[in-house]
Design a protein around this ligand. Structure first.
Ligand code: F7E
Length: 323
């Protein structure tokens, strides 16, 4: 009989990549999503809100998964400052429903929690599994609480539960509310005359960006181990928002044969309203443990990632031009 997986946030970027991977591997995949959200082909939707523990528990009891991937959250760091309570409810609390269910389930389900490099906050880079948490936003605080709940249930009740501490990962299906997609989409639209400028916040923040398609493989690998353990998943490189913008505009300039776009600063304006009340200056992950113990390695390089997103957004912009 095929194994059953349950994904919260199945309609999000990671939920979609993971759904595809698990369907390909022959899993029966169940997705917990809000009404109106679309899931990938061959995924059974369970409609509910993460703020409703009864709905989540009911979906777990009816689908009886062998593996649960808790990816759902209010995942916008800036938005978490505007609505910290909602962020807490849907980012910190749902894993407790999952862990309580797992603790009492007879078939010993395995639990994956989407932990985040934001938990490290101002902890000095490079960050690994032993780095202290120093969260700098309501989002990061909620993620620390969820991560620590996982450690507690593992220790106290022997639940097979892990926190995958994933550094930034992006793709062409990332919403443009995140800086990477905002830049590639903006640069592509500027090239086609669909917008004049791109407004950004802090250009000096440095992040360790990888390709989401590579990172969901690590999630799955973590649940296939003999013993539950937390892992950092990262590319090991770090780049500023400024570097990302420079590279993206250069790629657009090359593909569209518009060399003037290389002068990216002409098109980018800093708008202070995109700056955060508290910022994480540098994230750079050390994924040596994942490499050695899970055999995980990212395939897509930083430059390939920027190019992949730019090519996608140039096609989208061209569609806008000639609908
Ligand atoms: O910001 C700066 C911003 O919103 C990256 C989430 O998936 O990864 C993500 O969190 C950096 C920050 O992602 C703009 O200040 C400048 O320093 O793309 P982001 P994030 O905050 O790193 C982690 C691992 C998660 O767990 C989160 O869920 O870029 N920045 N200008 C900007 N950011 C945005 N969004 N928009 C700007 O205009």
């Amino acid at each position: 009989m095929s194994r059953r997986a349950f994904i919260t946030g199945a309609a999000g970027q990671d939920g979609r990549f993971l759904s595809r991977l698990l369907v390909e591997k022959g899993y029966k995949v169940h997705g917990f999503v809000r009404r109106g959200a679309a899931v990938e082909p061959n995924v059974t939707p369970h409609i509910g809100d993460l703020a409703d523990p009864a709905a989540l528990k009911h979906a777990l009891e009816t689908s009886l998964p062998d593996e649960v991937y808790n990816l759902g959250a209010q995942s916008h760091v800036a938005a978490s400052f505007a609505d910290p309570l909602h962020t807490w409810r849907v980012t910190a609390e749902p894993i407790l429903t999952v862990l309580e269910w797992a603790q009492h389930a007879k078939h010993a389900p395995r639990i994956y929690q989407a932990s985040s490099s934001e938990q490290f906050g101002t902890s000095p880079p490079p960050q690994n599994e032993k780095s202290p948490f120093a969260p700098q936003s309501p989002y990061a605080i909620a993620k620390v609480a969820a991560h620590m709940s996982v450690s507690l249930y593992r220790k106290a009740y022997g639940v097979f539960a892990v926190g995958g501490i994933l550094f930034n990962h992006t793709s062409p299906i990332r919403p443009a509310s995140f800086v990477t997609r905002k830049i590639t989409q903006g640069a592509a639209r500027i090239a086609y005359g669909l917008q004049d400028k791109l407004e950004l916040g802090n250009l000096d923040a440095k992040r360790d960006w990888g390709f989401a398609g590579d990172y969901v493989v690590a999630m799955w690998l973590m649940l296939q181990q003999d013993a539950p353990k937390d892992f950092v998943i990262a590319s090991g490189g770090t780049h500023s928002v400024r570097e990302f913008a420079e590279l993206a505009f250069a790629a657009v300039a090359e593909s569209t044969n518009k060399p003037e776009l290389r002068d990216w600063e002409r098109y980018v304006e800093v708008n202070r309203s995109y700056m955060r009340p508290a910022e994480v200056p540098v994230l750079c992950g050390n994924a040596t443990a994942a490499c050695e113990q899970l055999g995980w390695r990212p395939k897509c390089s930083f430059t390939d990632l920027v190019r992949l997103m730019v090519e996608h957004d140039l096609k989208e912009a061209a569609k806008e031009l000639k609908p």
